[in-house]
Ligand binder design. Structure first.
Ligand code: FA5
Length: 355
């Protein structure tokens, strides 16, 4: 009987050693130590053995059972550790792998982009950025800008009027950002260097004109400011926007609130200002002229200073220049967009191209 127990021990040890997983080890435990196992049966039947066998069989049997139990316990711990390591290795996250692509969050609108570019350039030149109301009084939009009532220049800008307390033609959607010239001077004594980007409105609609559009106003007032400063400022700004080789030109024009007044053009960045392309054909961007018209400007009219004399603007001691231009026009030129209305159709296939 003792020999049989030793045989069982050898078989059981081999089976335990061969077990490669926790379930396999459990099978071995059930086979050799379970309720129906041979060794369990032998130990349970000790009382029925002849008295001289009870001692050796009992002690060998119990020793073997304990040894097998200890072996199984040690092996269980080892296998569990191996399985844990395997599953950890399987679950390991490689933080260096590229992540799931982030969802597209959209794009900044090309008009906003262009506005920010202009703001950055002008802040770099020492200008502050101001904002003003889109619903404006006739006084700021026209009167204080030297357009007396009945002045024909009022008719040049097809105005949207807002009915206010039964009155028409007192409150309007600003037709340009120039009203902020007067508001800024009322609020800030000279010297003043500011730009005003914002929405403006006119009864206009075609491929290059929209009822709602954006302008940027610029105003510089201080002692001894001249038209040459205006030209230098416009040149610096437009070179930042359109490239370092650009030139500008100013042509005589008329605005009621500047004297002298000019329109300013930038040399065409498509043909380099020559008006023709390398193959000899006419440049389509500037229509063969070599110059692209951008906006209006001039020296602040002393009459305008008269409206803000109480704020320290004495035309005998300060001079200044102002300029204004359309943001859509700059964005169209920069991105080669032929129809301004595309910016406001809100087709993401069009807007998503400018990132
Ligand atoms: C003015 O609005 C003057 N306030 C500019 C100015 C400021 C002159 C300071 C002197 C001193 P004008 O009406 O030309 O000027 O408009 C300026 C620019 O606004 C135009 O060159 C054009 O680019 C843009 N613009 C005018 N109307 C529209 C429109 N309906 N849609 C899109 N852009 C427009």
């Amino acid at each position: 009987m003792v020999e049989r127990i030793e045989e069982i021990e050898a078989e059981a040890k081999a089976a335990i050693e061969a077990a490669g997983s926790v379930p396999e080890l459990e099978d071995a435990r059930v086979s050799y130590l379970g309720r129906k196992a041979e060794l369990t049966g032998i130990l349970r039947g000790i009382a029925d053995l002849p008295p001289e066998q009870r001692g050796p069989v009992g002690s060998t049997g119990n020793k073997v059972r304990k040894a097998l139990e200890a072996m199984i316990e040690a092996k269980t711990d080892g296998l569990k550790q191996i399985e844990l390591e395997k599953s950890l290795a399987g679950d390991r996250i490689d933080v260096t792998l590229p992540g799931t692509p982030a969802r597209a969050v959209g794009h900044i609108h090309p008009i906003t982009r262009t506005r920010r570019l202009i703001e950055d350039v002008m802040v770099g030149l020492g200008y502050q950025v101001m904002e003003g109301p889109e619903i404006e009084h006739d006084y700021y939009n026209f009167t204080a800008l030297n357009h007396p009532a009945g002045h024909p220049a009022r008719m040049l800008q097809d105005t949207f009027y807002v009915e206010h307390e039964g009155h028409v033609e007192e409150v309007l959607l600003r037709t340009h950002t120039s009203p902020m010239q007067v508001r800024a001077m009322e609020a800030t004594p000279p010297p003043l260097f500011m730009i005003v980007p914002g929405k403006t409105y006119r009864r206009d609609s075609d491929a290059t004109h929209s009822p709602m559009f954006h302008q940027v106003e610029g105003l510089a007032v201080g002692e001894g400011i001249t038209l040459a400063d205006l030209k230098g400022t416009l040149l610096a700004m437009l070179r930042e926007i359109f490239g370092p080789d650009r030139e500008i030109r100013m042509r005589p024009h008329f605005f009621p609130f500047t004297e002298p007044s000019v329109e300013f053009d930038v040399s065409c960045f498509h043909c380099g200002g020559s008006g023709s392309l390398d193959d000899g054909s006419r440049c389509g961007l500037c229509k063969g002229i070599g110059w692209i018209e951008l906006g209006g400007a001039g020296m602040v009219d002393p009459n305008v200073f008269g409206f803000v004399a109480d704020s320290g603007y004495n035309p005998d001691s300060v001079t200044g220049f102002a300029f204004g231009f359309g943001i859509e026009r700059i964005a169209m030129l920069r991105h080669g967009v032929g129809d301004l209305r595309l910016f406001f159709d809100n087709d993401v296939r069009m807007l998503g191209q400018f990132s």
